[in-house]
Design a binder for this molecule. Structure first.
Ligand code: ADP
Ligand code: MG
Length: 679
C-alpha cells in the first residue's frame, strides 16, 4: 500500500537532493521515516534561569540582552573570535562565538534573546557561554527537539524538515491501534503522538507521546514474536519411537550430570508426545549443553529421522562438526558440515544428500536456513548460542521441514521477565549444575605493568603442557573491523618474535578466511599451538579442555557477559584454570565490572549485574538477541506497558492468528517493518 508517507523526503520543501543524501545517512528516506525519526532528547528552552542562579556546566537557557557591541579578534590559528556581554538586569554573561560572522548582525543591541548552552566560569571568574544557541524570546519558550545528527545536518535543520512534513502529511498518519485499546489505556491518537514527540510543549506532552508510541512499539514487537514463534504446539509426524538416551550416555567418556539427564528426559517427553517440541535449553558456559543435544540427535537418528544443528559462527560450526563426529564415531551416523566456505560443488552434493535423507545430522551456520536446503524428514532443529539468532531465523528453521522439534541452546542467563519476551512461548530446561570435578576459574585483574610477570606465568603453564588464549585489545566495539585485525596481527607478531619466541603461537581473527580459521582452531584443539592470540571470534562456545589460561587485554572494553563468555573458554577440564583481565582503566564502571568478574563465576549473577549496568538496550542489542532495535521502549523500565502489550497481542492473535483481518492490516504492516532488517 503506497501513501504520501512513502514519498521521498527530497520532495519536501526545503530539502533538495543534497540534504536528502544527508538524511539517507540517518536512514531517513521517506516522509514516513522522517516522522518516525524521533528526538533523542530535548533542549529545555521552556525553563529560563536567571543568569546568577543557573547551574554551571550543564545545558541551561537564560534570557538576556546585549549590553556591549561585539569585538572581533583573530587567533594565531586564524580563528575569528566574536565576543560580547549580555545581562539580565542583575548579572552579566560573557558570550563568545567562533567563526560566526552572522552572529554580529543577528543579535541586535538592546533586544532580549534566549541563549542556550553551558555556563562556565572563565579565567577572570566571570560567567561565560561559548557558542550558545540563541533565539528571540518570542520564538522560544518551548522544548527544542535534539535529533541524532550527521555532519552537515543539525537538529535545527532536521526539526525544520519534520515541521514541514507534519504540516503537510501529518494527516496521513493512520491510527494503527484498535479503538478499545486506545480507550482502555488512555493513549494519544497516532498523529497527535507523533507531533507531540517532536514538538512537545512540556514534559507531560513528552510523557504522553512516548507512552503511546512505546505501547505501539511493544505491541508490534509482541505480535511479531508471537506470530514468528507460533501459538499452540502443533502436531507433528515426528513422534520419536525410540528413546536411546540411556544407551547413548553409556558411550560417553563421562557421566551425565543430573541436570543433563533431567533436560534429556524433558526433551524426550516432548519429542515422544506427538506435538512439536519448542524448548529452550539454558545453561551457563561449560554446563554441557552439547551432550544433551547429542543424546536427542542420536534418538532421532535411531527413529529414522534427520536433525540439523545451527551455530552462529563458522568456527563454532566446525567445532561442533568435530565434536559430533567424535561422539558418534562408532555409530555410522552420517554427519555433514555445511558452511559458507564449502565449495559450491560439495554444497550441492550435501544438499542433495540431505534432501534424499542420506544425511542424519547436518551441522552449519546460517547456510542451513538459507533458502534452498531441503530435508527429507527433518525431525529436530537445534540452534546453539541462541542469543545470536533471532526469532525470525528461528521461524525459518522451523519452516524447513514438516513441524520439526526445535531446541534452542543459550548460555545467556536472563531474568524471567525478559526471557518471556525474547523466547516468547518456549518451554525451558535449565542446566543448573556443572560437570563434577570442575573448579572455579581463578580470576585476577592486573595493570599492564604486570605483563612481564604474566608472560612468565603463561610460560610456566605451557611448560606443564597447558594452552593459553590471549584476547587482543579490542579496538572498537564492533566486530571484525580492519583495525581489530591489525591489532591482533601486530600483537601476535610482537609476542611470537620476542617473549614467546620459543613457544608455538598462532593467530585467529574474524578477517581470516574460513579455511584458515578452521586450521588454526584445529591446531589449537590438537595441542599443536601453545598460545593462541585471538580476537573475540573466540567468544562463543569454543571448547578446548586443555586450555587453562585466558588473558584478556584491555578488558575494560568488554561488557560483563562478554567477559564471562570469554572466560568460559577455560575451566573446561579438570585442571585449575585462570582468567587474567589486563586493564589500566581508572573509570569506575569499568573497575566495577572487572571486580564483579573476580568475585563470581556464576553466570546468572553476572548477567543480572550486566543488565543493571548497561541496561537492556545494549544487552539486547540487535546483534545479541536478534530482536529488532526498539526506538523508544526500554524493556527494563517499561515493564508495565510491556505486559499490557503482551496481553493485548495474545488477545488480537487469538482472534486473528495471521493478522489477516482488514482491521489488523496496519498492525501487520508495522510488524513487517519492525522485523524487516533482522530477517
Ligand atoms: P556448553 O554448555 O558451554 O556448550 P559444552 O557442551 O561445550 O558446554 O561442554 C563443556 C565441556 O564439558 C566439554 O568438553 C564436554 O565434553 C564436557 N562435558 C559435558 N558434560 C560433561 C559431564 N557430565 N561430565 C564431564 N564433562 C562433561
Ligand atoms: Mg556450547
Amino acid at each position: 500500500m503506497t501513501s504520501e508517507l512513502d514519498k521521498n523526503v527530497q520532495y519536501l520543501k526545503g530539502i533538495g537532493e543534497k540534504k536528502a543524501a544527508l538524511f539517507a545517512k540517518l536512514k531517513v528516506f521517506t516522509v514516513g521515516d522522517l516522522l518516525a525519526f524521533y528526538p533523542r532528547d530535548y533542549e529545555r528552552w521552556d525553563r529560563v534561569y536567571p543568569i546568577g542562579e543557573a547551574p554551571l556546566d550543564t545545558d541551561v537557557c537564560v534570557a538576556a540582552s546585549l549590553i556591549s557591541p561585539f569585538t572581533v579578534r583573530k587567533t594565531r590559528a586564524g580563528l575569528l573570535v566574536f565576543s560580547t556581554v549580555a545581562a539580565d538586569g542583575d548579572h552579566f554573561l560573557a558570550l563568545t562565538f567562533f567563526n560566526n560572522k552572522y552572529v554580529k548582525d543577528a543579535l541586535k543591541d538592546g533586544e532580549e534573546y534566549l541563549f542556550y548552552g553551558k555556563i562556565r566560569l572563565n579565567a577572570d571568574g566571570n560567567r561565560e557561554m561559548v557558542a550558545p544557541a540563541y533565539a528571540r524570546v518570542s520564538e522560544g519558550g518551548y522544548l527544542h527537539p535534539v535529533y541524532p545528527q550527521t555532519e552537515g545536518l543539525n537538529s535545527k535543520a532536521i526539526a525544520k524538515a519534520v515541521r514541514t512534513a507534519i504540516d503537510l502529511y501529518g494527516g496521513c498518519l493512520k491510527e494503527t491501534l484498535p479503538d478499545e485499546q486506545i480507550r482502555k489505556y488512555r493513549l494519544l491518537p497516532s498523529a497527535q503522538a507523533v507531533e507531540q514527540i517532536h514538538f512537545p510543549k512540556n514534559e507531560e506532552e513528552i510523557h504522553a507521546a512516548r507512552r503511546r508510541l512505546i505501547y505501539e512499539e511493544l505491541l508490534t514487537l509482541q505480535l511479531g514474536i508471537l506470530t514468528a514463534g507460533g501459538g499452540e504446539r502443533v502436531s507433528t509426524r515426528f513422534a520419536l519411537t525410540r528413546d536411546r538416551s540411556a544407551a547413548f550416555a553409556e558411550t560417553l567418556p563421562f557421566r551425565l550430570t543430573n541436570a543433563q539427564q533431567r533436560a534429556i528426559r524433558e526433551c524426550m517427553a516432548d519429542m515422544q508426545s506427538g506435538k512439536a517440541m519448542r524448548r529452550l535449553l539454558q545453561g551457563d558456559v561449560g554446563s554441557g549443553k552439547t551432550a544433551v543435544a547429542a543424546a536427542l540427535i542420536d534418538s532421532c537418528a535411531a527413529s529414522g529421522f534427520q536433525s540439523a544443528l545451527m551455530a552462529p559462527t563458522e568456527v563454532l560450526a566446525q567445532q561442533h562438526y568435530r565434536t559430533f563426529r567424535e561422539f558418534f564415531k562408532d555409530t555410522g551416523l552420517r554427519i555433514e558440515l555445511l558452511t559458507g566456505s564449502v565449495t559450491p560443488k560439495n554444497k550441492r552434493l550435501i544438499k542433495e544428500r540431505a534432501a534424499q535423507g542420506d544425511v542424519d545430522l547436518l551441522i552449519g551456520t546460517h547456510a542451513v536456513i538459507t533458502g534452498d536446503v531441503q530435508f527429507q524428514n527433518l525431525a529436530l532443529a537445534v540452534t546453539d548460542e541462541q542469543h545470536r539468532f533471532g526469532v525470525t531465523q528461528r521461524a525459518k528453521l522451523r519452516e524447513k521441514g514438516d513441524s520439526p522439534h526445535v531446541l534452542v541452546m543459550s548460555a545467556t542467563p536472563i531474568p524471567r521477565t525478559l526471557s518471556l519476551i525474547i523466547y516468547g512461548d518456549l518451554d525451558i530446561s535449565v542446566l543448573d549444575e556443572k560437570p563434577a570435578g570442575r573448579r572455579d576459574i581463578r580470576t585476577y585483574t592486573v595493570p599492564t605493568v604486570y605483563h612481564e610477570r604474566l608472560y612468565a606465568f603463561i610460560r610456566k603453564e605451557v611448560a606443564e603442557g597447558r594452552q593459553c588464549y590471549i584476547v587482543c585489545p579490542a579496538v572498537e566495539e564492533s566486530k571484525d573491523t580492519e583495525s581489530e585485525r591489525t591489532a591482533a596481527e601486530d600483537y601476535a607478531k610482537l609476542l611470537s618474535g620476542t617473549v614467546f619466541r620459543d613457544l608455538r603461537t598462532d593467530i585467529l581473527h574474524g578477517k581470516m578466511r574460513p579455511k584458515q580459521k578452521e586450521e588454526a582452531m584445529r591446531r589449537f584443539q590438537k595441542g599443536e599451538t601453545d598460545v593462541l592470540i585471538c580476537t573475540v571470534v573466540i567468544e562463543v562456545g569454543v571448547d578446548v579442555p586443555n586450555a587453562t589460561v585466558m588473558v584478556i587485554e584491555n578488558a575494560e572494553f568488554f561488557g560483563l557477559s562478554q567477559l564471562h563468555q570469554l572466560r568460559g573458554r577455560v575451566g573446561r577440564g579438570a585442571a585449575q584454570s585462570y582468567c587474567v583481565l589486563v586493564s589500566d582503566a581508572t573509570n569506575e564502571k569499568a573497575a566495577q565490572r572487572l571486580s564483579v568478574m573476580c568475585e563470581t563465576n556464576d553466570g546468572f549473577k553476572i548477567a543480572e549485574e550486566d543488565l543493571n549496568q548497561r541496561g537492556p538496550g545494549d544487552f539486547f542489542g540487535n546483534r545479541q538477541s536478534g530482536l529488532p532495535l526498539l526506538k523508544l521502549a526500554d524493556l527494563m523500565t517499561d515493564g508495565k506497558i510491556l505486559y499490557a502489550a503482551r496481553d493485548e497481542a495474545q488477545r488480537i492473535l487469538a482472534d486473528d492468528p495471521a493478522l489477516a483481518l482488514p482491521k489488523n492490516v496496519l498492525l501487520k504492516e508495522k510488524v513487517s517493518a519492525l522485523f524487516a532488517d533482522i530477517s
